[in-house]
Design a protein around this ligand. Sequence first.
Ligand code: BYC
Length: 312
Amino acid sequence: MENSEQERNFDAKLERNETIEPKDWMPDNYRKHLIRQISQHAHSEIVGMLPEGNWITRAPSLRRKMVLLAKVQDEGGHGLYLYSAAETLGITREELVSQLLTGKAKYSSIFNYPTLTWADIGAIGWLVDGAAIMNQVMLQRTSYGPYARAMVRICKEESFHQRQGYEIMMVLAKGSPEQKAMAQDAINRWWWPSLMMFGPTDEKSPNSANAIKWKIKRESNDQLRQKFVNQTVPQAEIIGLTVPDKDLVWNESKKGYDFGTPDWEEFYNVIAGNGPCNKDRLAARTKAHAEGAWVREAAQAFADKRKELEVI
Ligand code: BYC
């Protein structure tokens, strides 16, 4: 088929809101864009296990420990679905992991902040998973089939994660003055980094135009950030916590909040590798990868042996 005809077919599929599937023709830049975004997303899930994993041994009760273990395990599962979705685009798992470990591929800025207290686990579930869901609900309708299907299950699990985080915050906010102060301190530290998860403002977002054109993203970074603020501020109020933004004010005409500007210099610094925990996160993943080498070798030996026996 002529290239232009293939392109017309691709555009027509997008126009009809049909998904693009792995064996369909797609423009090279669409493929590259998806590999970048899906792998960044997968890496975020895997690196995202670290800050919460830090509290598994110190969870304040057996129930909290079981819930946190299950949540962290879910994030590992999300990473695996997403790596599999990225692999359907013609890149190997080895290449993807190597891009993370060499610092070539990004992962979400949010996971470069430390989890200092138990309340941080509540704040991550409530705010970080809350922001993730806000972004990911639209990705259930993203134009690439394997990514869209992975997102359906991920969103179901994320909404449980968000509720467990909010419940931790609710209990702390109703607890002793020290516990309430710990919850407030956590929201003070996690609020702005959570807003940064949506990425730079629309005018400074180089990838957005293509993402919207190709129906990879259906809403812009700023639209999603606004929706997140609108949804989360009343949740903070209900449990008696305050969002650390002196410019926050309800704007009746837009039926949403006006809010302050995140510290974009901090954001760019974190994604350039200079956040408080970037080096620790990459060191932890590098160590885990090295320590898992024997598992990969054993799995490969098993697969090779099976193939050999099948041939016989
Ligand atoms: N952190 O043109 P832009 C989760 C980069 S939740 C780091 O707007 P795009 C979890 C961006 O990659 C988190 N980098 O890009 C939750 C680009 O650089 P490159 C994961 C960021 O792609 C709880 C440059 O800045 N969710 O996993 O249109 C527990 C310009 O940005 C960030 C997803 O990944 C950031 N926050 O939009 C455990 C959702 N923001 O690549 C785990 C899927 C921007 O050109 N991803 N950059 O060098 C997306 O929706 C989009 O990729 C983004 C960015 C909204 C993140």
